[in-house]
Design a protein around this ligand. Structure first.
Ligand SMILES: Cc1cc2nc3c(=O)[nH]c(=O)nc-3n(C[C@H](O)[C@H](O)[C@H](O)COP(=O)(O)O)c2cc1C
Length: 736
């Protein structure tokens, strides 16, 4: 099936079910109630007679016990018992008689008008709107038929897994009840009737039998039912065998069997209580399918919509952050403005489209700079969509975070500001550029923001800055095979802190190689739950080739990997990075995607699992070049996997024959399981590694997989990824 067709089918399946949900639910629930009718009927009736009753004797009995010919149906049961149904107003009464003596037996109870009302609700919504039910049934059949084209049934213990398998298993049954419903509305497969006129009087049971005896030599009768008031169907035997006579005042039609299969299939009357139960099961399955479908749809929408603040906000504080500082300041800004009485929303640029900005009276943007003067990774697609956007009338101002140690000071904020101006945005406060620790500049900027909005600020919480830490190098171990020139030089460093630290795995250690040099962040791969003084880093040695061909080492990585000796002291800073810590919810599954030294934070994530003896589902896909040369922390990872702290471990190596290629290849290879984790189990995806290779590769692969699974275009899927990023469901810590 082409992706386009699948997308259309998926769209139809989802939106038809959602739009018509109340109508579908009404039809299905009333159908479920009606399926009790044949079940109760079966309980009320005795066993059917083996041999039919003598027709003449039955006529005599009927004339005797029902001289007014009011009975609506007659059934012959074993032991010469005859069951008659009388209808008074809308209540049915059941009475039984002995055929040979004419004696009245135990009455069989009553049935109120409940089923009748439900039947009308089911057929025409009690509004004579049969056509609405008819159209809804067509669309329901369409939704049911489309379902199996969207996914193969595979046993998965997830909501969507049940929905898909349930849909396949239930298919014959639910098609039976819905298609027969349509056939009935089209009068296909329903009994052929002799001529009838509306003014004809009611057809009595005894005259109907007598007519059948006279025209066809009917000798035995099994049952008689009134059809459309002025006709009756008499089932019994004549010299040619089993027969049904449909009798009206204007003619008789003889049939070998009652062609009411469609009706009896729909009503579940073809095998008494059992067929009624089957119909009930079909209704329950349909309700289950609607429930699971609706629930998982709602959950997916929720997953993408986590923004904090007021729903009716007219002020937006947006952030573009690489290591979390801008995100934290933006949240503090929201809190401060809300405390001042403003209605404020805080969101990441990753989950916003340019047009959304126009919906706010004021937009405040806090943006950092990453790489060599770039906007943070999470804001790149926003920046791209700003080209050509029309933001006329959008009022904004920018707080740019940066570090003068870099060549392109605050270039990220500058780029966003320029693009907003080019799109027609109107700057309401001049951009403020921050060098290093932003706390003081942010506080001053906040005062200007409050003045612009005309609100007063109460106590404003001070942002938590980076904390100085004094570390002693205790151990340094090379992780790659130094004899293999195909591998990058990567080291594992264990530091001991002078004081215990309450960090989390995934937090950052900022290392400043010299005065006036910008600090470089390294992910912390240990957990204080193991040892609150121990800080583990995984560091790749960066090398630059100079114009003259000589090699220069990266300053910070050179310091860590080469210059520092065991026992040396390093003065660093610890930066909390809550966006890249393990999920708060201890049950929430996590998927970790790492290439090369991107494994750094995840060593700490899994160590935390092991310390807590947590069985939270955790899945690591690690990619590098050669298993023998650069499977960093391989033995440790395999041990954790064996012990169950790492639920699944996939290691792929691009330069090994049959090594599995790259991380993104493995994503494609396990697309179904991946989407089960992400969509149905609400797993968080963490990505750590190089921005250009791993970051872009994973982003593309996820968009393709999501598009195929959900029937989206690639653009829509990319936007969904943006929403996930904004909601903290997709978290990227990438190095340019
Ligand atoms: C890898 C890296 C690259 C950076 N590149 C620049 C840069 O080119 N220009 C600049 O002014 N600041 C640069 N910075 C500094 C950050 O913009 C600054 O530390 C900011 O406060 C970080 O905010 P964030 O945590 O929200 O990303 C860089 C920081 C890092 C870690």
């Amino acid at each position: 099936m082409t992706p386009g067709l699948k997308r259309t089918l998926s769209w139809l399946h989802r939106w038809l079910s959602l739009l018509l949900l109340p109508l579908f639910a009404l039809i299905i629930v009333t159908g479920a109630i009606l399926s009790f009718d044949p079940i109760l009927d079966d309980l009320r009736s005795g066993p059917a007679a083996e041999t039919p009753a003598d027709a003449a004797a039955l006529v005599r009995l009927l004339n005797q016990v029902d001289p007014g010919q009011r009975a609506r149906s007659v059934a012959v049961e074993a032991g010469d018992v005859v069951l008659l149904e009388f209808r008074q107003q809308s209540r049915s009464q059941f009475m039984s008689f002995d055929l040979s003596t004419g004696e009245a037996l135990e009455p069989r109870g009553e049935q109120g008008d409940f089923f009748n009302t439900i039947k009308h609700l089911h057929k025409d919504l009690l509004l004579n709107a049969a056509i609405v039910v008819e159209i809804a049934t067509y669309l329901m059949v369409l939704v049911i038929i489309v379902g199996p084209f969207l996914a193969w049934p595979r046993l998965r213990r997830t909501l969507m897994g049940w929905h898909v398998v349930g849909g396949w298993v239930a298919l014959p049954l639910v098609l039976m009840v819905s298609v027969t419903g349509i056939l009935m509305s089209l009068h296909i497969g329903t009994p052929q009737l002799p001529p009838l006129y509306p003014e004809d009087p009611r057809m009595g049971m005894a005259p109907a039998i007598e007519t059948a005896m006279a025209t066809g030599d009917l000798s035995g009768v099994r049952e008689v039912t009134r059809v459309k008031n002025s006709a009756a169907a008499v089932r019994g035997v004549d010299p040619a065998g089993e027969a049904v006579y449909v009798v009206s005042r204007h003619g008789v039609i003889r049939q070998d069997s009652f062609p009411g299969l469609v009706k009896s299939l729909h009503e579940g009357t073809w095998a008494g209580a059992w067929s009624g139960l089957l119909n009930l099961l079909a209704s329950v399955l349909l309700m289950g399918l609607m429930g699971t479908g609706l629930w998982s749809w709602a959950r997916r929408i929720r997953q993408g919509r986590r923004r904090s603040g007021d729903a009716d906000a007219d002020i937006l504080v947006a952030h573009a952050s690489q290591t979390g500082t801008a995100a934290r300041l933006a949240d503090l800004t929201r809190q401060a403005l809300q405390a001042g009485g403003a209605r404020v929303m805080h969101a990441s640029l990753a989950g916003l489209t340019p047009v959304e900005l126009k919906g706010f009276r004021q937009v405040f943007l806090i943006a950092s700079t990453a790489g060599e003067g770039q906007v943070p990774e999470q804001a790149r697609s926003f920046l791209k969509t700003l080209e050509g956007a029309d933001l006329a009338g959008c009022r904004f101002s920018v707080l740019a975070l940066g570090d003068r140690g870099y060549t392109h000071f605050c270039r990220g904020g500058e780029q966003l500001r320029a693009a907003l101006l080019a799109a027609g945005g109107q700057e309401t406060l001049p951009m403020v550029k921050v060098d290093g620790d932003p706390a003081a500049d942010w506080r001053r900027w906040l005062d200007r923001v409050a003045a612009l909005l005309g609100i007063g600020l109460g106590d404003v919480a001070a942002p938590r800055g980076d904390l100085p830490v004094r570390l002693t190098l205790r151990e340094r171990r090379q992780l790659n095979d130094p004899t293999d020139p195909d591998t990058h030089e990567v080291w594992s460093l264990r530091f001991e802190s002078a004081a215990p630290l309450a960090f989390r795995p995934g937090d950052l250690l900022l290392v400043r190689p010299g005065a006036g040099e910008p600090a470089r962040p390294y992910s912390i791969g240990s957990t204080p739950e193991d040892d609150p003084r121990s800080i583990l880093l995984t560091v790749a040695l960066v090398t630059h080739r100079e114009a003259d061909g000589s090699q220069r080492l990266g300053k910070a990585s050179g310091l860590l990997c080469r210059q520092l000796k065991e026992g040396d002291v390093l003065e660093g800073q610890w930066r909390a990075h809550p966006d890249f810590n393990p999920p708060e919810d201890p049950e929430r599954p996590m998927i970790m995607l790492a290439a090369g030294c991107g494994i750094a934070p995840f060593i700490g994530f899994i160590a935390e699992q092991a310390c807590r003896k947590s069985r939270r589902p955790a899945w690591l896909i690690f990619g590098n070049r050669k298993r023998a040369g650069d499977f960093f922390h391989g033995e440790q990872l395999e041990a954790w996997h064996r012990d169950g702290y790492l639920h699944r471990l996939d290691a792929v190596f691009s330069r090994d024959p049959d090594g599995g290629g790259y991380v993104q290849d493995r994503l494609h290879g396990t697309a179904d399981t991946l989407m089960d984790w992400v969509l149905d189990r609400d797993a968080v995806i963490y990505v750590c590694g190089n921005a250009r290779t791993l970051g872009e590769g994973v982003r593309t692969a996820l968009a393709q997989i999501l598009a195929a699974r959900e029937g989206l275009t690639l653009d829509q899927a990319a936007r969904r990824l943006g929403e996930w990023e904004a909601a903290g469901k997709l978290r990227m810590d990438l190095i340019d």
